[in-house]
Design a protein. Structure first.
Length: 367
C-alpha cells in the first residue's frame, strides 16, 4: 500500500483578505496572492461536473427501485461504463453537459481494485429490485421507509453512493488530479487539474459563505466538522472545511506561479484529509445509527449501510497511513454478515476501534 508523507505546513488562509504566500528563505520562489475563496479565472470544472452528473443519474435510477421499479443490470452497468447512451444530457451551473458523448467512463475512473465490488453492487440492486414483497430480515424488498434493502439489510443506494465517494471521487482527487498537477509540464494543465479536484468536492467556488447545492463530500465535510449534536456546541476538531479550502486555494495559486514545492505540500494535506474524512464519516453514520434505534430496523440498517460504504472508501484508499489493510478488514468483519443483527454493543465496538486509531476518543460520541 502506498504511503503519503504528512505535510501540514501551509500558508495560512486569510478569512476576508488576500494573503501573500512567499517563501522568504528562497528568493527565487515567486510571490503570489491566495484568495479567500476558490476565485481563479478561468477555472476548468467541466470534467468534475460531468463525473458528478453521471453519478447523480445512476443514483436517480437506483432510487426508482425504492418505489418498486425493477432495474436492469445491463442498464446500470451500461451507465457505469458509459455505453448504450443511457444518460440524459443535463445542465450544471448553466453549462450543458453531454454525458453520453463525453468520453468519460465512471468504471475506468474507479480504483481498479474496487471495480468488481461496484459491479457486484449493481448486479445485486437489479436482482433485489425484482422482489415485490416487503423488506424484512432474510427477505429482500422495499422497506416501509421506501428503501430497497437486501435480505441482510443492506440499503443498496446508500452503499453505492458512499463507496463511489471514495473509489471515484476520492480516488480521482488524490491519485489522479493532484498527481497530474505535479507531473505534467504545462502550467495550464496543472491549474486545471486542481480545478477539477476542487469541484469534485461538490461545493461552489465561494464556499463556505455559499452552501447552495453542496453534495457528496461537500455535504459531509460540514457534517463531520459540526458533529451529530444540534445546535452545535463543540466542533469535532476534524476541520475538514477549513483545511480543504486552505489547501485547495493555496495549492491552486502555487501551481499558477509554478511553485511546485508549496503545491506538493498542499496536495499532501488534501490526501491526508481524505483519509480522516472517510473515517470520520464512518463514525458519524454509526452515531446516527445509535440515534435511530428507536425508529426501527430499516432506519438503523440504512445508517449502517452508509457507514459500511465509507468503510469501503477507506478500504480502497491506497494512500491512507493511519490504518493498515488488516485493521480495515477487521473493522469490516465487525459488521457481521447481517445488518439486522448488529447490536448497539457492536456499533460501539467499531466506533471505539476507529476512535482509538485516529485519536478521537474525546469527540467520538458527537462526531
Amino acid at each position: 500500500m502506498q504511503r503519503s508523507t504528512s505535510m501540514w505546513t501551509t500558508c495560512l488562509l486569510a478569512v476576508a483578505l488576500l494573503a501573500s504566500c512567499k517563501k522568504d528563505s528562497n528568493p527565487s520562489t515567486p510571490s503570489y496572492n491566495v484568495p479567500a475563496t476558490y476565485n481563479f479565472a478561468p477555472a476548468d470544472s467541466l470534467k468534475a461536473k460531468t463525473i458528478l452528473s453521471m453519478i447523480g443519474e445512476m443514483e436517480n435510477l437506483i432510487n426508482t427501485a425504492n418505489s418498486g421499479a425493477t432495474i436492469s443490470a445491463s442498464q446500470l452497468k451500461g451507465m457505469y461504463a458509459n455505453t448504450g447512451s443511457y444518460f440524459t444530457d443535463t445542465t450544471f451551473s448553466g453549462t450543458i453537459l453531454q454525458l453520453n458523448s463525453s468520453g468519460i467512463s465512471l468504471q475506468s475512473l474507479t480504483t481498479s481494485s474496487a471495480q468488481p465490488f461496484i459491479l457486484s453492487i449493481l448486479d445485486s440492486i437489479a436482482a433485489n429490485s425484482a422482489s415485490k414483497v416487503a423488506a424484512a430480515d432474510g427477505v429482500a424488498g422495499v422497506s416501509e421507509r421506501k428503501t430497497l434493502l437486501s435480505a441482510n439489510g443492506i440499503y443498496w443506494r446508500q452503499l453505492f453512493t458512499k463507496t463511489m465517494m471514495g473509489v471515484v471521487i476520492g480516488h480521482l482527487t488524490t491519485d489522479v488530479f493532484l498527481k497530474d498537477s505535479l507531473t505534467v509540464a504545462d502550467n495550464n494543465a496543472k491549474a486545471h487539474a486542481w480545478d477539477n479536484a476542487f469541484f469534485l468536492w461538490s461545493v461552489p467556488a465561494n464556499f463556505p459563505s455559499n452552501r447552495v447545492g453542496v453534495k457528496y463530500w461537500g455535504s459531509y465535510t460540514s457534517q463531520i466538522d459540526s458533529g451529530l449534536v444540534k445546535p452545535v456546541v463543540n466542533l469535532t476538531g476534524v476541520a475538514a472545511n477549513t483545511t480543504l479550502l486552505s489547501a485547495f486555494t493555496t495549492g491552486r495559486a502555487a501551481t499558477g506561479a509554478n511553485d511546485l514545492v508549496t503545491a506538493q505540500k498542499q496536495a499532501g494535506i488534501i490526501i491526508n484529509t481524505f483519509e480522516k474524512m472517510e473515517t470520520a464519516a464512518i463514525l458519524h453514520e454509526l452515531n446516527e445509527a445509535k440515534g435511530n434505534l428507536a425508529n426501527g430496523a430499516s432506519a438503523v440498517v440504512g445508517n449502517l449501510s452508509e457507514s459500511l460504504g465509507f468503510v469501503q472508501a477507506l478500504k480502497y484508499n491506497t494512500q491512507r497511513n493511519k490504518v493498515t489493510d488488516a485493521q480495515v478488514a477487521a473493522i469490516e468483519t465487525m459488521y457481521g454478515t447481517n445488518l439486522y443483527d448488529v447490536t448497539p454493543t457492536q456499533i460501539d465496538n467499531i466506533i471505539n476501534v476507529l476512535s482509538a486509531l485516529y485519536g478521537w476518543d474525546s469527540v467520538k460520541s458527537y462526531l
